[in-house]
Unconditional design. Structure first.
Length: 158
């Protein structure tokens, strides 16, 4: 098995936000335009039958020196505990991958319009998957208090 795997973007995010700031993402208009050299209008066919999709994307502005491999305080907030990169969703991830569940607003040809996509303009999209209830967590889930505090204004402004 190879140590590396090539991944080709399937499309690009077009959004009103160009800076990767952390909060108020529900107010950012965004759509994904599929790469015309790979896909026609049929690629998104049937997606509007789903309320949500999961978008896998690349944090393309993260430089090598910004990749995290040691524990840190999320968002640099020392009121929160130091945790490893795999216990948070920061952009300085080893493979720079982001994943977000978004609301499907509409499809227009090769364009998928979404609410709640926390990716900036120009972000390469690696995959789009419909959200199916049987792939959502089964049973209850737990998270530390700091995670709720961190997310307080993430989707809508505080």
């Amino acid at each position: 098995m190879s140590d590396t795997h090539a991944v080709r973007p399937i499309g690009t995010v077009h959004a009103a936000r160009t800076d990767p700031i952390d909060d108020d993402w529900d107010n950012v208009l965004a759509h994904i335009e599929l790469d015309a050299s790979q896909f026609g209008d049929e690629a998104l066919m049937g997606l509007t039958d789903f309320s949500h999709v999961e978008v896998i994307f690349l944090f393309h502005l993260v430089e090598d020196k910004q990749v995290e491999s040691v524990a840190r305080h999320p968002r640099g907030n020392t009121d929160w505990p130091r945790v490893g990169i795999f216990a948070q969703r920061g952009k300085g991830r080893p493979n720079r991958l982001g994943a977000t569940i978004c609301k499907v607003d509409r499809v227009e040809g090769r364009m998928l319009h979404l609410t709640g996509l926390d990716a900036i303009d120009g972000t390469p999209v690696l995959d789009i998957k419909p959200v199916m209830k049987d792939f959502l967590p089964r049973g209850s889930h737990n998270e530390p208090d700091w995670a709720g505090e961190l997310m307080a204004g993430y989707w809508t402004a505080k």
